[in-house]
Structures are given as structure tokens and as C-alpha cells.
Design a protein around this ligand. Structure first.
Ligand SMILES: Cc1cc2nc3c(=O)[nH]c(=O)nc-3n(C[C@H](O)[C@H](O)[C@H](O)COP(=O)(O)OP(=O)(O)OC[C@H]3O[C@@H](n4cnc5c(N)ncnc54)[C@H](O)[C@@H]3O)c2cc1C
Length: 513
């Protein structure tokens, strides 16, 4: 049910802030398995159930990344990165409604490491049923070499010639090094299957669930260490909605911004901003991580752009290679190589083909804080790509470039790629983002000085306040993070409901419960 503004409730049992990947998975799972009222507040529009057919065409078309609902965020450009655009979607479904749809679960090591860092309940064995469940709900499909475009095939073959084994299991927790077609959450007719379709549509009709769209939470009210509700700005004004439980799922940039605005964060930073301190939590907005990338740009052989444009469906990020750098001592691989070739750019003006190398265990850490105007929608974001003191990220990126150059030297791929586009003489001087921000409200025990939430998603020091999105990742998973983020939302809901991941995952039908 979508809540009209004039019917805003005074109070609900649970408020979920943000209907992106984590928020949709949390809200739907929680509403489906409980009777308490759940209000999902989303800053962007809700275009309704998929079956109603009202979603804008560009948000459904999985061939490219649309920017029509973009927040237009960018890096603060202090150190380590030039001024980079940071695409984020303001819409029900969040970034899953405009992303590249590649479906990766990460590696077993990633989750075991989360548990080792003091987060019981998050080992690979424990979360695997939920990862498989979210993969199921996103309707992830595997592809064969026959489904690939000519450049994608050439890319995979060049990777094999450069020494990587062929892989057709890239969405498997146990997958190791390899290159092949990447599974994607795209329907047979080319629709990006976002988290609103995957989770929300199944609970829209439940009497205990409602959505307030086009409305931004500006502050969480905290009284004597207890979250009591939210202030929400909607087209008709500002209201306070009381809640017994507040769940923040506004994503890795906006979740810390909202906590800071609500007085939860480093005391010195809050005092300097003039925000009354509710809880001194030094980790809020720190430990911002992403997969740093380098890129090589090509013009494409004559006629290629037109040929690709004429294809009915070619998700252009559909081939991925995984490799191990000389520094990788913590798991099966730490490098991604992938090719974007087709309609996609995400950033207008990019060349027709770009090859990327990604550092999938990047160690550089950035931050999110508020500007003097305390605006939670436009926080100050500083990623500091490639600045880790030991130079680990740069070394891994340099090795990813060496692998790409070995691939580019293969005649078939070279023929498809055509001329290099000038301007990328030193890709390491121009590190770019993979659009996987995470970690800025890190999960960890109270003894961890940077921990913001505990292993249940509960914010340290504030009763009734939780975070459930990519921001709580203690370490970023070594793959695209949409599916892991959905797992986080469902995992935190399961914990609050006192259900096991298996209890949730056993509801595999079209209905969540
Ligand atoms: C361009 C791009 C391409 C990507 N490609 C892939 C890919 O191919 N595969 C993959 O696995 N991952 C991909 N990702 C990453 C993945 O989509 C995101 O990591 C994931 O969606 C993040 O989920 P989240 O819940 O943390 O945040 P989001 O999905 O960003 O959700 C946050 C939601 O909160 C809302 N919100 C924010 N502030 C407020 C507020 N104050 N009040 C109310 N609502 C608020 C936002 O509007 C948004 O809907 C991509 C990301 C981008 C940006």
C-alpha cells in the first residue's frame, strides 16, 4: 500500500529509511514475518508493482545505466581522487534500480572474515542460505558463451589465452580464479530486475506494510539513548512519525549522514558542526571503502558501435575475469577485469569500449561527513582511492593493468578494440570507482573503535536504532555487492524476528511468506 501524504501515520512499530537493496530486503522480510506495522520511507518515487507497468523505460532497460534518477553526488576531491561522479539512484529499489545487474555473492573467505572480526552469525556457512535466497529472488540467470556479443567473447578468449581458466560459476561462493560470462539479474526480455520487484512486490498488499515515497527523513529523534521516531520531509511539509524501531537503510553515503545529523557520530566532529551529541561513535562515516579501478579506453573497430546498438539485448558488463595478485594472501582472488562495451556508460561521454581492472580487496579508506549546512542529501564524500599507506591498492591495480595488457595483446581482442583513446597514458594516475561504496557504518563489537553497529545491526549506544545496508560491511566482499547487501537486509530482519536464515530462505516461492 502506498501511503498518501494526508494519511501519514502519527506512529508505527517499525520505520525503515530507504527502499534500496538493503532496505527493500529488510522491510519485505520483516513485514512478511510479523504483524507489527512497517512503514518504508523512500526519498525517491515508487512506480508501483512491476505488473502494473508504470516504471520508466530507462530504469527497466538493463542495457545501460540510466542517470534520470541520480542524486548527482561526487567526491570532495581532497586527496587520492580527481572529482569523480558517484552515481546513486533516488527511487524505490535504490541503486539496484539503475545498476549493472551483475550478480556476485563474494567469496567464502569474505564472510568468515566478518565473523572473525567479532560478528557471530555471519560466517559463510551461516549466510549462504540467504545469499542463495536473494539470488533466487533477483531471478539471477546464468549465460553461456553463445549468449555473448563478439567483443565479450573476444574478451573471455583473450583472458583464457592470458592464463585464466574458463569459469561458468562466477556467482558461486566457492568460485576461484577464472573468466567467463557473468550471471545477471535481468529477465529474458531485458528488464533490470531490481530490489523493489525482488522483495517489495510480494508484500505490497499486506495490511501491516506501507510505503511513503518522495519523502526524505531529515533526522532521527533520539531521547535518552533511545530512538523514538523520525522527522520526514514530504511534498506537503514536515512531519514527525513516532516508531518503536528505526532501521536506517539509506546506503553507504546517506546512512552515516543521517546518523551524524541525528547526533550519532564522532563527538568532536558533531560539536564542530553544532549538532548536539547523543552518542559519541567515532566510526560513523569512517572506513568508507569501495573497489578502486583503473581503465583503458578504446574506440572500437569501425562499425562496432552500430552493430552493438542493433542487438536486441546485450548487457555490456557481462564478462568478468578474476585473478590473484602477488599480494593476495587472503582468499581465492583479489582482481576483477571486466569490459564495458555497448550502450552503457553511466557517465556521458565515455568511449565505446572500456576495459577495467579492479582491486577487490582495496584497503584505502575514505569518509562521509556533513557540510556546514548539515544537508543529509548532499554529504561530503571523500573516497581517497589508492591512498593506503603501504601502496597495496596501487600494486594490485598495477597487476590488473598488466593482465589487461596481456589480454589486449591477443590479436582477436585487439582487432575488436580498435584504437586506444588518448588521455589514459597513466591509468594509475586516474583511479576511478566501481560504484560499490560500503563500510561507513561498520559492523563490529563495542571493543572495535570504528564499529557503529553490532552483529544484529543495532547501533552501539542507541536502543531501537539499526542499520541494514551496504554501510555495515566490516570488509567489502570481493565482488559486486548488490546481492550481499540484500542478504544483509534479510539477515538483520531474520535476527530481529528470531528466525534463522534457513527459516527465511525456505520461502522460495513467489511469495516471501
Ligand atoms: C552505477 C552503479 C552500478 C552498479 N552495478 C552493480 C552491479 O552490476 N552488480 C552489483 O552487485 N552491484 C552493483 N552496484 C552496487 C549496488 O547496486 C549497491 O551497492 C546496492 O544497491 C546498495 O544498496 P544499499 O541498500 O546499501 O543502498 P541503495 O540501494 O543506494 O539504497 C538507499 C536508498 O535510500 C534512499 N534514501 C537515501 N537517503 C534517504 C533519506 N534521508 N530518506 C529516505 N530515503 C533515503 C535512497 O533514495 C535509496 O533508494 C552498482 C551501483 C551503482 C551506483
Amino acid at each position: 500500500m502506498t501511503t498518501p501524504e494526508h494519511h501519514l501515520p502519527d506512529s508505527v512499530d517499525t520505520v525503515v529509511i530507504g527502499g534500496g537493496t538493503g532496505g527493500a530486503a529488510f522491510a519485505a522480510t520483516f513485514a512478511a514475518h510479523s504483524d507489527g506495522t512497517v512503514l518504508l520511507i523512500e526519498a525517491g518515487p515508487d512506480y508501483g508493482a512491476r505488473i502494473d507497468g508504470n516504471w520508466p523505460a530507462d530504469m527497466l532497460d538493463a542495457r545501460s545505466i540510466p542517470l534520470s534518477h541520480d542524486y548527482e553526488l561526487h567526491t570532495a576531491s581532497t586527496v587520492g581522487d580527481s572529482r569523480l561522479d558517484l552515481p546513486r539512484a533516488r527511487i524505490l529499489g535504490g541503486c539496484s534500480a539503475h545498476n549493472g545487474c551483475t550478480a556476485s555473492l563474494g567469496a567464502r573467505f569474505d564472510y568468515d572474515e566478518w565473523a572473525t572480526q567479532g560478528n557471530p552469525g555471519w560466517t559463510a556457512d551461516e549466510v549462504e542460505p540467504l545469499l542463495e535466497w536473494v539470488r533466487d529472488r533477483f531471478q539471477v540467470r546464468r549465460y553461456t558463451m553463445d549468449d555473448l556479443t563478439p567483443p565479450q567473447r573476444a574478451f573471455v578468449e583473450a583472458g583464457i589465452l592470458a592464463g585464466l581458466p574458463f569459469a561458468d560459476d562466477l556467482d558461486d561462493l566457492a568460485a576461484a580464479e577464472g573468466i567467463g560470462p557473468m550471471p545477471v539479474n535481468v529477465t529474458a526480455d531485458g528488464v533490470r530486475f531490481n530490489s523493489a520487484f525482488a522483495f517489495i512486490d510480494a508484500v505490497r498488499e499486506r495490511p501491516n506494510f506501507s510505503i511513503l515515497a518522495d519523502s526524505t527523513v531529515t533526522r532521527i529523534h533520539i531521547e535518552d539513548g533511545v530512538a523514538t521516531g523520525v522527522f520526514v520531509q514530504h511534498p506537503g511539509g514536515v512531519n514527525f512519525i513516532a516508531a518503536s524501531r528505526v532501521v536506517v537503510s539509506a546506503g553507504a553515503y546517506h546512512s552515516p549522514a543521517l546518523l551524524l545529523r541525528s547526533g550519532v557520530g564522532p563527538a568532536d566532529e558533531l560539536e564542530a558542526l553544532g549538532i548536539p551529541v547523543e552518542v559519541d561513535l567515532p566510526g560513523v562515516g569512517k572506513h568508507l571503502v569501495d573497489h578502486a579501478c583503473v581503465q583503458l579506453d578504446f574506440a572500437g573497430r569501425p562499425g562496432l558501435v552500430e552493430e552493438l546498438a542493433a542487438l536486441s539485448w546485450n548487457p555490456d558488463e557481462q564478462t568478468v575475469g578474476r585473478a590473484k595478485s602477488s599480494l593476495c594472501d587472503d582468499g581465492p582472488y583479489d582482481i576483477h577485469v571486466f569490459m564495458v562495451a555497448g550502450a552503457n556508460s553511466g557517465h556521458p561521454g565515455l568511449p565505446p569500449i572500456t576495459l577495467y581492472g579492479g582491486a577487490m580487496r582495496a584497503r584505502s579508506e575514505g569518509s562521509v561527513t556533513l557540510a556546514a549546512d548539515l544537508d543529509v542529501v548532499n554529504p561530503v564524500i571523500d573516497h581517497r582511492y589508492g591512498t593506503d599507506p603501504e601502496g597495496y591498492d596501487r600494486q594490485v591495480l598495477a597487476e590488473s593493468l598488466e593482465l589487461l595488457e596481456r589480454m589486449v595483446a591477443q590479436p582477436e581482442l585487439a582487432q575488436v578494440l580498435g584504437e586506444r583513446v588518448p588521455g589514459t597514458a597513466d591509468p594509475l594516475a586516474n583511479i576511478v570507482n566501481y560504484c560499490h561504496p560500503a563500510g561507513s557504518c561498520k559492523m563490529g563489537p563495542a571493543t572495535d573503535p570504528l564499529a557503529v553497529v553490532d552483529n544484529t545491526g543495532s547501533v552501539h549506544g542507541v536502543a531501537g536504532l539499526y542499520v541494514a545496508d551496504a554501510s555495515i560491511m566490516p570488509a567489502i566482499t570481493r565482488g559486486n555487492i548488490n546481492l550481499p547487501t540484500a542478504m544483509i537486509g534479510a539477515r538483520i530482519a531474520a535476527g530481529l524476528l528470531d528466525l534463522s536464515p534457513l527459516d527465511i530462505a525456505s520461502t522460495r516461492s513467489t511469495q516471501i511468506a
